[in-house]
Design a protein around this ligand. Sequence first.
Ligand code: PBG
Length: 325
Amino acid sequence: MSFFPVCRPRRLRKTQAVRNQVAETVLRTEDLMYPVFVVHGENIKKEINGMPGQYHYSLDRLPELINEIEKAGILSIMLFGIPAKKDRYASENYTDNGIVQKAIRLIKTLSPALVIATDVCLCAYTEDGHCGITHNGQIDNDQTLDILQKTAVSHAQSGADIVAPSGMMDGMIQAMRQGLDQNDFSDVMIMSYAVKYASAFYGPFRGACGSEPTGDRKSYQMDYRNKKEARKEARMDQEEGADFLMVKPALSYLDIIQDVVEHSTLPVAAYHVSGEYAMIKAAAGNGWVDEKAIVIESLTSIKRAGAKIILTYYALDVAQWLAET
Ligand code: PBG
């Protein structure tokens, strides 16, 4: 061979030690936020259809999980509640005895340092499964804002550290920030599901919450053919006072994550959603892929795209895998 390569990138790949030292992106347990589902009732730990290994917990069974989360070194959770009854105005969302409110108070006694974020949305609480109040088949954006505001304040009163509106209503951050500030909760953070696409990847989650909408969510969640719009949504929520921005789903939207990270000054979270989880579980269950390897690779790519926080149902497994290596 006559030609001699001057540049030999393979030198830096030769040993694990060197690879570890030059790695640009390293996934850590601290990067993860774990979604937790709470339900009314007693002695319930019920596996969620389509999400093997994920459960609905009643409050009396929740301590086992919180203990596991704490031991794993996971710093934060995202709380989802399934209400006792659904109604037109999503009223369990903002009552002191709502399932989320009770869960927050309990978790704060069990693990005071665990950061609690709460999903603030109407879809699990409304009869038609929409993320807003509907009138004659149309979403009433501004009436929905009142409910989001009341819910944010109610979650804050119970001790939530972060409230996370996921309904893609215009003005939701401003409404919630105002409500929080007027009620002396200026230190409660807002994580906006700022860039949330109308996605088929939410299927298993909707089964879990009984929140399949009548029709679809395309009049409020974003069209996946659009990218510029992500920048607009992100900018708007930053201006309205969001503390974190979220992009959702994650793996099919790495370009969006990167774009939002580059064009905003806020930390960006990405949600590796239920359908993404389900696909890996199904393939791994059939022995078609190496679950651990594929999960670590997937989540590392989300971090490489620029996400600071990754919401994932795999959080507990990943914490364990990372501790083993
Ligand atoms: C509520 C909400 C959804 C998810 C998080 N918050 C469902 C939806 O918008 O239909 C999806 C999470 C997942 O799929 O894991 N609006």
